[in-house]
Design a protein around this ligand. Sequence first.
Ligand SMILES: NC(=O)c1ccc[n+]([C@@H]2O[C@H](COP(=O)([O-])OP(=O)(O)OC[C@H]3O[C@@H](n4cnc5c(N)ncnc54)[C@H](O)[C@@H]3O)[C@@H](O)[C@H]2O)c1
Length: 303
Amino acid sequence: MLRTLARVFKRATLANDLLQKRSRFYATTVGGRSDRLEGKVALITGSASGLGKATAHEFVQHGAQVIIADNDTKLGPQVAKELGPSAHYTECDVTVEAQVADAVNVAVAHYGKLDIMYNNAGIPGPSIPPSIVDLDLDEFDRVMRINIRGMIAGIKHAARVMIPVGSGSILCTSSISGVLGGLGPHPYTISKFTIPGVVKSLASELCKVGIRINCISPAPIPTPMVLAQIGKFYPGLTQEQIVGIVNGFGELKGAKCEDIDVAKAALYLASDEAKFISGQNLIVDGGFTSFKNLTFPSPDQTA
Ligand SMILES: NC(=O)c1ccc[n+]([C@@H]2O[C@H](COP(=O)([O-])OP(=O)(O)OC[C@H]3O[C@@H](n4cnc5c(N)ncnc54)[C@H](O)[C@@H]3O)[C@@H](O)[C@H]2O)c1
C-alpha cells in the first residue's frame, strides 16, 4: 500500500515538473518574445541590412540589447529606430580598427558589458574576372580586409572586454562558399574558407578563459548583397525573378534558406543553450554541402 502510494506520488511529481516546464516555455515565447537572451548585450557588425539586420531583430525579440555597428550611416540608424529602445546604432567600418574598438567601447559605456559579439559584416567582392590568371590582387586585399581582417579586429576587441569577465559568445558569418570550392568568386571563397580556421585557432585560446567562439555558414539567401551579385548576370530580370533563382539553389524539398534561419542559428549559438559549444561551424544549408549524387547514364547511353 505504502509502495503504491509512493509510486503515485512520484508520478504526480513528475507530471507536475513537466507541466511547470511546459508553462515556462509558453510563458517565455508568447507573442514571439522570449527571454533566451534576457539581460545580454550584443554587438552585430553589418547589421544595417540582410542577415545582420534579421539577427538584430531576433536578438531584440529574445530580450537582448543590440548595438547596430555598420558603415552605412543611412540604413544603420533607420534599423536601430525600427528596433526601438533595445537597439543603438554606432558607425563602424570594420576595416578601421579604431572604429571597431570604439563600437565595443560604446557597448560597454551604454550597457556596462558585452556578452555577444557577432562579426557578420562582409562583401562578395568582384565576380569578374573568373580566372586566377586575371585576379587583381588589390581587389583580393579589399575582400580580405573586410571579410577577415575586419572580423579579426572584432574578435580582438570583444576579447579585450570579455576576458576580464571570463565569459562571452563570439560569432562569425562564414558561408557554404567556405565549405565547397566553386560556389563563389575566388577572393570571396578563400576569405570564407579562412573563417572556420580563425574560429578554431582562437577557440584554442578563448576556451581557456570561458569564452565561446563559433561560426555560421549559410547557403545563398536573397539579401541585398546576393540580389545585387546575381542581378549582374541577369540584367533583364525583375527582383522577384532573381529571388526565385536564389531560392531554387537548395536541395531540401519544400524549404528555402531564409535570413531567419541564420538569425535562429545565431540565437542558439549566442544563448546559454549552447553553453558547451565552441570552435564549431554551424552549416545552415538544408544538406546542400553534405552530399553529391552520382550521375548514372541510362542503359541506352552505355554502349
Ligand atoms: N546572403 C547570403 O546568401 C549569404 C550566404 C552566406 C554568407 N553570407 C555572409 O553574410 C554576411 C552578411 O551578408 P548579407 O547577405 O546580409 O549582405 P548585405 O549586403 O545585405 O549586408 C551586409 C552589411 O554589411 C555592411 N558592411 C559592408 N562592409 C562593411 C564594413 N567595411 N564595415 C561595416 N559594415 C560593413 C553593409 O553596410 C551591410 O549593412 C556576409 O559576411 C556574407 O558574406 C551571406
